[in-house]
Design a protein around this ligand. Structure first.
Ligand code: ADP
Ligand code: MG
Length: 262
C-alpha cells in the first residue's frame, strides 16, 4: 500500500524541505521505496538532493500538467536510493496554468496515480503558501505532515492550515488525515520551546510525533553539499533524529495496516 504524505505549513522556514529530504533518505535507509516530489518553485528540495534545478527542475512542471508521464520525469538519487520529481520556478507558471484548467485541484493526484503502486511512500514538499500547488498536494495525499517550529507564533498559522484541510476533507478528498505534527529545530534549553512543545502535545495528543527534531547545524549545512544529513554526517544528531522519525512513522503505519508488515 502506498502512503502519500504532503509536508505542508504555509509558514516559510519551519523545516518542510529539510524534513522532506531527510525523511526520504531515512525511509529509503529503512528499505522503503520512496518518491519525493518537489512542489515548491524555490526548488530547495531538488538542490538539497544534489540535482541541478536549472537544468532538471522543469520536470515537475511537465509531470504536474500531464505533458510527460512521471516515469519519464523522475530521477534517481542515491545513496540510500530514492526517486525525486524535481521542481523549480517553472512551477510558478504551472500555478497559472492550473488556475485556468479544468479540475485544477486534481492534476497532481492524476499524475501520481500512474506510479503510486511503485512506492511505499510519496512525500510532497509544499510551497510556503496555501495556493493551488498546496491544494493539489492535499488532494493527492492520504495524510498531511505539519512541521512546527516551537516558537511564540508557531500556532498562529495553524488555524488557517487546519481550515484548508477541513475544506478539502469536505470536498475533494474525504480520506485526508493529519499524518502528524512534527516539532522541528527544537532547542530543549529554550523554555518557550518546551512550553510550546508541551502545549502542542496537550492540544493534539497522539497526533504529535514523539520524535523531536533538534536544532542541528549539520542539517543546515547538508543542503549546500547536495546531500541528506544521513550521507553528509550519518552520526549527527540531525541525521539520527530523522532516522528515528522514519522508524516511528513505519511502526505507526504497520500498526494501523497502512503499510504491509514485512
Ligand atoms: P521550509 O521548507 O519550511 O521553508 P527549510 O527546511 O528550508 O524550511 O528550513 C529553513 C532553514 O532552516 C534552512 O536554512 C534549513 O537548513 C534550516 N533548518 C531546518 N531544520 C533545521 C534544524 N533542525 N536545525 C538547524 N537548521 C535547520
Ligand atoms: Mg521549503
Amino acid at each position: 500500500m502506498t502512503r502519500i504524505i504532503a509536508v505542508a505549513n504555509q509558514k516559510g522556514g519551519v523545516g518542510k524541505t529539510t524534513t522532506c529530504v531527510n525523511l526520504a533518505a531515512s525511509l529509503a535507509a529503512n528499505k522503503q521505496r520512496v518518491l519525493l516530489v518537489d512542489l515548491d518553485p524555490q526548488g530547495n528540495a531538488t538542490v538539497g538532493c544534489g540535482v541541478d534545478k536549472n537544468t532538471e527542475g522543469g520536470r515537475g512542471y511537465d509531470a504536474l500538467l500531464g505533458e510527460r508521464p512521471v516515469t519519464e520525469c523522475r530521477l534517481r538519487v542515491d545513496e540510500p536510493a530514492f526517486d525525486l520529481l524535481p521542481g523549480n520556478g517553472d512551477l510558478t507558471a504551472a500555478e497559472v496554468a492550473l488556475m485556468e484548467s479544468d479540475q485544477r485541484e486534481q492534476h497532481l493526484r492524476r499524475s501520481l496515480d500512474e506510479v503510486a503502486d511503485a512506492y511505499d511512500y510519496i512525500l510532497i514538499d509544499c510551497p510556503p503558501s496555501l495556493n493551488i500547488l498546496t491544494v493539489n498536494a492535499l488532494v493527492a495525499a492520504h495524510g498531511v505532515l505539519i512541521p512546527i517550529q516551537c516558537e511564540y507564533y508557531a500556532l498562529e498559522g495553524l488555524t488557517a492550515l487546519l481550515d484548508t484541510i477541513r475544506r478539502i476533507q469536505a470536498s475533494a478528498n474525504r480520506a485526508l488525515t493529519i499524518e502528524g505534527l512534527l516539532r522541528t529545530m527544537f532547542d530543549p534549553r529554550n523554555n518557550l520551546a518546551n512550553q510550546v512543545g508541551a502545549q502542542l502535545r496537550s492540544h493534539f495528543n497522539d497526533q504529535v510525533y514523539r520524535t523531536l527534531i533538534p536544532r542541528n547545524v549539520r542539517l543546515a549545512e547538508a543542503p549546500s553539499h547536495g546531500l541528506p544529513a544521513l550521507q553528509y554526517d550519518r552520526s549527527s544528531r540531525g541525521a539520527l533524529a530523522y532516522m528515528a522519525l522514519a522508524s516511528e512513522m513505519v511502526r505507526r503505519h504497520r500498526a494501523t495496516g497502512e503499510l504491509a508488515a514485512t
